[in-house]
Ligand binder design. Sequence first.
Ligand code: AMP
Ligand code: TRP
Length: 329
Amino acid sequence: MAVLFTGIQPTGFLHIGNYFGAIKNWVKLQHEYESYVSIVDYHAITVRYDTGSMPHNVFEMATGLYACGIDFDRTNLFVQSEVPGHAELTWIFNTVTSIGDLERMTQFKDKSKQNRENINVGLLDYPVLQAADILIYKGEVVPVGEDQVQHIEFAREVSRKFNVRYGDTFPECKALLTETPRVMGLDGTNKMSKSRENYIALFEPEEEIYKKVSVAKTDPARKRRTDPGTPQKCNIFSLHGLVTSEEQLEEITTGCTTAGIGCLDCKRVFVENLMEVLDPIQKSYRDYSSRKKEVKARLRENAEKCRAVAKKTIVEVKQRMGLTPVFSI
Ligand code: AMP
Ligand code: TRP
């Protein structure tokens, strides 16, 4: 079975961009691949963070992922810093990586603008750690949202460079996208993300979601209820695509373009359809939250399994690089 690897930062909560852009795919693909999903705390510390909240955020992420349908028995869900091999392989990969390539990465450029007071080496080296994450398990398939595609291409490049220099060791990984690889935020101008506060959280109650959606921007040309609208210019219509059937989308299109329905009617249908997906996930989340001991035990067990796989790769890599201990000659 081919290996799938992906990662997610312990931000403390999930939003529907994460779910429809990536996690939904992880749940489906765990039946087809040997799956590893990592909660990447070593990536999260490249920006300022609150040390006191970190353990809670890691646990929340694990609970959230299990609630979404990540299966205890099908996916190796683990915490990145529990497997030291990731950091070890990062050091090795640093030596086949050029600084210029890292400086050109879009995310590095964005994040260094946002964190001018803290442009640390880790922020620059972030894609190398990501490559090590994937390749230490010889991952071939990496399901992510569109924002991560450049990082996966970079990982493929690292693998090529290593193989050329030291012999065929790593596979060439590739990104796998969903049909909705870039879910837009409620502001209608940026992708949904935690930092922009334009998100619908996965575990938000329906009333809160409705409150946010009801004030979200729609087609700017539709100022009055009687103005006809253009669904293609409406952000709520693009969100509808995540949860609404083709048939209902057609009805909404007709209603909107003829001013037969108002934006609030359309928003109400969206929230209703969204809750059909979120209700069972939210129920499952409450269930997993009350099984703290079990979740923690799983994470511990999985990290142990990962350490064994990672160690094997490190031994192989060191051998290829002539790093066998001097006492063995
Ligand atoms: P992050 O929360 O940044 O660690 O992202 C976790 C996963 O969700 C990654 O695969 C991202 O590419 C994906 N993701 C995050 N935001 C979005 C979005 N707005 N649309 C689609 N995918 C997303
Ligand atoms: N950088 C990714 C993000 O922010 C998370 C991540 C870390 C990852 N390591 C990975 C994703 C390896 C895929 C593969 O979303």
